[in-house]
Write a protein that binds this ligand. Structure first.
Ligand SMILES: Cc1ncc(COP(=O)(O)O)c(C=O)c1O
Length: 415
């Protein structure tokens, strides 16, 4: 395997089995999974495994033949999205979904510019890596790209305490449009992850996306919601993250959680946009939308409904948030708790006044928790934010286990 691969943890974990929110390593040690959103409705969910096995044992081909389940899945998935967002194109990864969204946006608008936030991550193809500003130095950015500061009310230019801080961040999109225009370019799209995962997990007020979408559309661009992280109930109030902001994007990209571990991803857009793209291009994706993937996607949506996953994310998420805020009152190391549903960032600082990032302590806590049977990670541009994003079947008991061990881990840093 290539040396560009990276393993988690100083002592890498060798997992051999998963069930619900639990993972088991080769020595039989049990872990509480507080990190993996790909196993959205739990590791190896029996309903999903059954649907996958049944279809894998019957037929697997591709979208050049008729098959009921791909149409049923497209209808079902399209039906979960608001407005005219109803036409699906299936791919295998979030990267491919964002790559296709970028192609569609360029084709339909005739523009080639793009606006994203700083320290963004949208995937790993050549084009999408260029949109992933977390992945390479600013000096190497292509000239079609403009970056706007992510709406970090804790340590960014505009803070929570400032009136209309969300709108002030949104106004940066107008500056970006002007910068592009100065280089003779117009935006094809604005793309954002709606929980700003790689920025350390941010939940700006609705004015933010509303303002940015307005500015980008006024310049002829499309609004693209990357729901790879924030989608499918994750934020606890609505099925899709952008819905919290009361906006309807032109294109939505979906990945990780819609397949509960199976490589399934999608672009969903309006009939008008899909038709315009199809005027110029055919589209074929060998594995995207195959009958096994469609069976899996349908099974995941069935579990979401049958097990009332959205309500669980809302209720357990609220309970977890309160627990994290209580820990923040007890530990000066915690500078900020943010996020919603079952996706939280706990930002650690050595000094609450100066906000000095506590990266080493974040690393130590991650390692301590791994040794004590809890898996989570660290994120953010400064690497000092604990990232908590468990499978959505997480219970209040699981939250208690996490909170108890996190409390001990925080104490172990001696601060
Ligand atoms: C917000 C976001 N978009 C896109 C991707 C890319 O998805 P994939 O790894 O399936 O290509 C990721 C992956 O982490 C992501 O976090």
């Amino acid at each position: 395997m290539g040396p560009a691969y990276r393993l988690f943890y100083r002592e890498p974990v060798h997992l051999v089995r998963g069930e619900g929110v639990r993972l088991y390593d080769a020595d039989g040690r049990e872990y509480l999974d507080c990190y993996n959103n790909v196993a959205s409705v739990g590791h190896c969910h029996p309903h999903v495994v059954e649907a996958l096995s049944r279809q894998a044992g019957t037929l697997n081909t591709h979208t050049r033949y008729l098959h009921e389940s791909i149409v049923r899945y497209a209808e079902r998935l399209g039906g979960t999205l608001p407005g005219d967002l109803s036409v699906c194109m299936f791919v295998c990864t979030g990267t491919e979904a964002n790559d296709l969204a970028f192609r569609i946006a360029r084709t339909v608008t005739g523009n080639d510019g793009a606006i994203v936030t700083d320290h963004a991550y949208h995937g790993n193809s050549l084009a999408v890596t260029e949109l992933s500003t977390a992945e390479y130095p600013e000096s190497e950015q292509p000239d079609y790209l403009e970056t706007i500061e992510a709406p970090n009310g804790y340590r960014g230019t505009f803070r929570y305490s400032e009136p209309e801080y969300g709108r002030k961040y949104a106004d940066l999109a107008e500056d970006a449009v002007r910068q592009l225009a100065g280089r003779g370019k117009q935006p094809a799209l604005f793309m954002s992850c709606n929980i700003f995962s790689s920025n350390g997990i941010l939940t700006p007020p609705p004015e933010y996306l509303q303002g940015v979408y307005r500015a980008v559309r006024a310049a002829g661009g499309l609004a693209v919601a990357d729901e790879v992280q924030s989608g499918l109930c994750r934020l606890g109030d609505k099925l899709w993250g952008f819905e919290d902001s009361g906006v309807i994007p032109d294109i939505v990209t979906l990945g990780k959680p819609i397949g509960d571990g199976h490589p399934l991803a999608a672009v969903v857009t309006t009939a008008a946009i899909a038709k315009e793209f199809a005027r110029k291009f055919d589209y074929f994706n060998t594995f995207g939308g195959n009958p096994v993937s469609a069976a899996v996607g349908l099974a995941v949506l069935e579990v979401i409904e049958q097990e009332n996953i959205l309500q669980n994310v809302h209720d357990v998420g609220e309970y977890l948030r309160q627990g994290l805020e209580k820990l923040a009152q007890q530990h000066a190391l915690i500078g900020d708790v943010r996020g919603k549903g079952l996706f939280y960032g706990v930002e650690l600082v050595t000094d609450r006044e100066t906000g000095e990032p506590a990266r080493n302590q974040a690393d130590s806590i991650r390692e301590y928790l791994r040794e004590h049977g809890v898996l989570l990670s660290t994120t953010g541009p400064l690497g000092n934010v604990l990232k908590i994003r468990p499978p959505m079947v997480f219970s209040k008991n699981n939250a208690d286990e996490l909170l108890g061990k996190l409390d001990r881990a925080l104490r172990s840093t001696g601060r």
